[in-house]
Design a binder for this molecule. Sequence first.
Ligand code: SAM
Length: 643
Amino acid sequence: MEYADIKWVEGQPYSEKFGDVYYSASDGLSETEHVFIQQNNLIERFKQADRFIIAEAGFGTGLNFIATCRQWLEHASHDSVLSYVGIEKHPVSPLDIRRVSDRWAELTPLYTQLLTRYPPVIAGSHLIKLFNGRVQLNLEFLDIDEALKGCRFKADVWFLDGFNPAQNTDMWNDVLIDKIAQHSKVGTSLSTYTAAGHVRRRLEDAGFEVKKVKGHARKREMITAAFVRESQYKIELPWYEIPQQSCNDKTAIIVGAGIAGLTTALAMINKGWQVTLIDRHDEVAQEASGNPAGVLLPRMNLGDELEQQFFVNAFLFATSQLDDLQKQSSVDFWHKTGVCSQELKEKAEKILSSYRTSQGFVCEGEGALGDEVAQEYMILKYASAGWVNIDVLCREIYKMIEKRISYIRSNINSLNRVEERWQVSDENSILASASVVVLAAGQSIADFELTSWLPVKSIRGQMTAVEPTEKSKKISSALSFGRFVTPQHNGVHYIGASYDTDDMSPELSELSQTENLKKLQDQLPDVFVKPDKLTGRVGFRSVSEDRMPVVGLVPEKEWFLKQYADLRHGRRTTKYLPARSYDGLYLNGAHGSRGLTSCFISAELLLSIIEGTPYPMSADAVNALNPSRFLIRRLKRDQKMTA
Ligand code: SAM
């Protein structure tokens, strides 16, 4: 993916590719205010909104977005959230955006916030939280067709701003207007500066009541429209359909107080939920999330584009969340030292070539101490990556939310649906009830009757702590080489972590420590001194059968097995009913070794499903995390399900 090639003509951004300007040459901002803000009556609607969804076809320089944010921040209540889906196939570079921002002094502070979070030019969904969480931008660097594929939200407003329809037939096609209709509800409004007859007719056919009104400045006419039908999404994979949730009140129980549970609790509390956090320990982060160090790095699986895209987008979001959290805390836990990752040369070259245009994301690096790298390897440097004291991070998140949640120490063992609420109990009594339950307790997410079929297991990981030496103190970035080593911090380097599939012992083991130290010695010969005793910590990562996290609703297993029993015969998908799951019962687990990377975005995914707002990732990624995938794969292979 590359930045749009913008020509500046008399101070205005112009696209040669499309032969059109990004906004009116006379006054872009007043055009935006007329066409998009006034014609959709946004100021009045913002005053009454609890949450509001705007989708824009053609995000461009972000002028419509920023002008809308300005009105939102001024008129909407402080605890309401604007979700803005900005779809853009040819992202405008930060330099060009800065030039636009300089043109309107009143918008510059808002643009500055956008620019600090503006993602590198990498295809996919980028979730960006702005203005203290009052605006959530889903920036889709994708063709509009791809961006709307399979996603599930109904916009309150559509902005159609995709260059002149005559010059951009790719975007202004019939399929697009049908998709816009699918993502609209009765009362959705739409506006566009064009008044082209075929656009008007197609909108009418798709269920909009269209009006021509006076255009901006010298433009005679433009279109506004209101959606007047009930619309249905086009269902492609019925077994991954996510039914609309009916959360009567904003109450949730989260089971598990590790990084997955805490990031979920934080995201929910920030959106006004009342949360009860339940864990079997007195304090948070007592299991895998109690590790003193973990590396934040995307998992680059070149054999699986979807997985790679998920981890890159998750990584970018996690770094921005960690930046925010670190700013709010006086204790250091986020060490943005960059990470140098050693890869086989062939893989490294492919990664560099895929991200050639986004140098800031990954570039060629050098050995940790400027040393030679073995011929078959190459070092990749991820400058915005780093390492985290996970235990400290968890405790800091807990401190931030402590006063607003209830914490119950208990080992829950049953979940019951009673009068549209979930009751959770331990062996003695009912502990709490709520409309939503999120199971975020590592491999224990499969400890319940309704989830016991989930293919998750735990894998032991032992970290080793070593003292710095004169040589090792020069290591400034974290290194990843199958294991990882952090730069020294408070007089310790952490080496992590072993991957012991056959060992379930919680005690430190000589064998794992020797293995960690051997890998370190192979990587950085004679830099460290072997500790004379066992040091470090043991944790158990939970992993799923396909190594992807398990995030989403709990499917109704028996119903699945019956309805989709003949899936392996390859009947048309339209023959099947959409999936059924337990209303309000969610999973967020199996984050494996990359939980730091995947937890933040997974928490946002859950919230978007619960609240019916746009997903923070592509629909394909949502499916790849969907717990139903295990049932579907087995049915396709016709394997017997064992609990
Ligand atoms: N709203 C923008 C702003 O505030 O600066 C101006 C948008 S400009 C008129 C049109 C935008 O649509 C361009 O940025 C262009 O790259 C984008 N675009 C064109 N075809 C597209 C497609 N098929 N999918 C997504 N975006 C597309």
